[in-house]
Design a protein around this ligand. Structure first.
Ligand code: FAD
Length: 393
């Protein structure tokens, strides 16, 4: 019969890989996509939803076109394990699915115990909103219900984590909401990192638009020494207790659990061969996106989408003999600081034996004029339309 590809995870990496393998092999490869959710809510632009710049249904996507137009067999279930000798994926609902090549793009899970006092049972009291959908809705509702003059605390994650500017774009969007509806409210960031992505741009913007509202406590002042109490709604930062109204805990991260279950991780992440995105531990398995340890690319939707196209080409090459070109990757991360005040950072990359290596990069500058910032924001809207069409058809 036809060669079989199974893709686990219908997000930025997995949906793109499934679509490109099905589309470009023109029916020569059987593609099965395993994803528990019927709706995928993008994390990208979820901050804009929190800020009131997007409606929730504008960041919701379904798998209908992948099934109907590309003939992908979409299975709504969890993959619970991989038998690498038999080359089968076990499903939570029972049974297993055979593969010739397996693609894993499960995104992230959280490192247990990384924020003292917090675990997944506390995610309703203190949401992470670092996976899409209901968590994002919950965080937005909590921000809108804050009492006048209340306090929002973010516990920021250590490196590496998905979307390096994501926490700081979120802070900008929370400040945008509070600045209009609750201007005496306060925002505190407890941060274990010395520095963060696009820091000069964010700090300039926060000063300009939200002067005085945002305080970041970095590691020098104990920002990495945090304990939370979800029942009392307090955050202890280096021995000082803060009474909070909303606490957004973004824990340390690791590869989605299935990578561990399949024995494909080293430490928290899954190492891959840059030219093909094959696991360094199993040549029949390709791993994409946030779950990987690949080198210089940030963990982003743009990166996952870019890596997926490289993997799709390699998978088709291996299974149908189609031509494989040298891998090229790219990424851009846009962030919105305030209405029409968009900034970006990006780069191109190539595959070396050792890692995905940065070739060339660019970043927005402080002091740019309003027209350029507006154009940068508008570019991000075009990017969103483009990547979601590239993923879901
Ligand atoms: P995901 O897109 O998370 O997809 C993983 C999928 O796998 C999920 O649908 C999940 O249900 C499924 N899955 C997991 N385990 C299993 C299993 N065992 N069986 C079956 N299915 C499974 N990136 C950008 O490029 N630009 C941005 O502006 C941007 N903004 C962001 C803002 C925020 C607040 C956050 C949190 C992230 C942002 N990102 C952004 C990052 C981006 O969302 C991720 O990097 C990207 O989604 C990674 O793609 P992925 O395929 O690795 O994982």
């Amino acid at each position: 019969g036809k060669p079989k590809v199974v893709v686990v995870g219908g997000g930025a990496g997995g949906a793109t890989a499934a679509r490109y393998i099905a589309k470009d092999s023109e029916g020569e490869i059987d593609v099965t996509l395993i994803e528990p959710s019927r709706s995928y809510y993008t994390c990208f632009f979820s901050n804009l939803y929190i800020g009131g710049f997007r409606e929730l249904d504008s960041i919701e996507h379904s798998y209908g076109t992948l099934a109907a137009e590309y003939g992908i067999n979409v299975v709504h279930d969890w993959a619970t394990g991989v038998d690498r000798d038999a080359k089968t994926v076990a499903l939570a609902g029972g049974g297993s699915v055979p593969y010739d090549r397996l693609v894993l793009s499960p995104g992230i899970d959280f490192v247990e115990g990384s924020v003292a006092g917090w675990d997944l049972n506390a995610q309703n009291a203190m949401p992470h909103a670092y996976k899409g959908g209901s968590q994002t809705e919950l965080l937005k509702a909590q921000i809108e219900a804050m009492p006048e003059g209340g306090t929002f605390v973010m516990v920021a994650p250590p490196n590496p984590y998905r979307c390096p500017p994501g926490p700081y774009e979120r802070i900008s969007m929370v400040a945008h909401v509070l600045n209009t509806s609750n201007p005496t409210a306060k925002i505190i960031i407890a941060d274990p990192k010395e520095s963060f992505s696009k820091q000069a741009l964010f700090e300039e913007g926060w000063q300009k638009h939200y002067g005085g509202m945002i305080t970041r406590i970095g590691p020098d002042f104990g920002g990495g020494n945090v304990t939370v109490d979800p029942a009392a709604m307090t955050v202890d930062i280096d021995g000082e207790t803060v009474n909070a109204d909303v606490v957004n805990v973004i824990p340390a991260q690791k590869a989605g659990h299935i990578c561990d279950a399949a024995g494909l991780t080293e430490g928290n992440w899954a190492p891959v061969v840059p030219q093909t995105m094959q696991s360094r531990m199993d040549e029949n398995i390709h791993i994409l996106g946030d779950a990987t340890n690949q080198g210089d690319m940030p963990k982003s939707g743009y990166s996952a989408n870019s890596q997926a196209k490289v993997a799709a080409m390699a998978v088709r090459g291996a299974l149908t003999g189609s031509r494989v070109f040298p891998a090229k990757f790219s990424n851009t991360c846009w962030s919105l600081i305030e209405t029409n005040d968009g900034v970006k950072v990006g780069a191109t990359y190539e595959a070396t034996d050792e890692k995905i290596a940065k070739v060339d990069g660019f970043v927005s500058q402080t002091g740019e004029d309003a027209a350029l910032r507006k154009a940068t924001y508008e570019e991000s809207i075009g990017w969103y339309e483009g990547i979601t069409t590239d993923m879901f058809g």
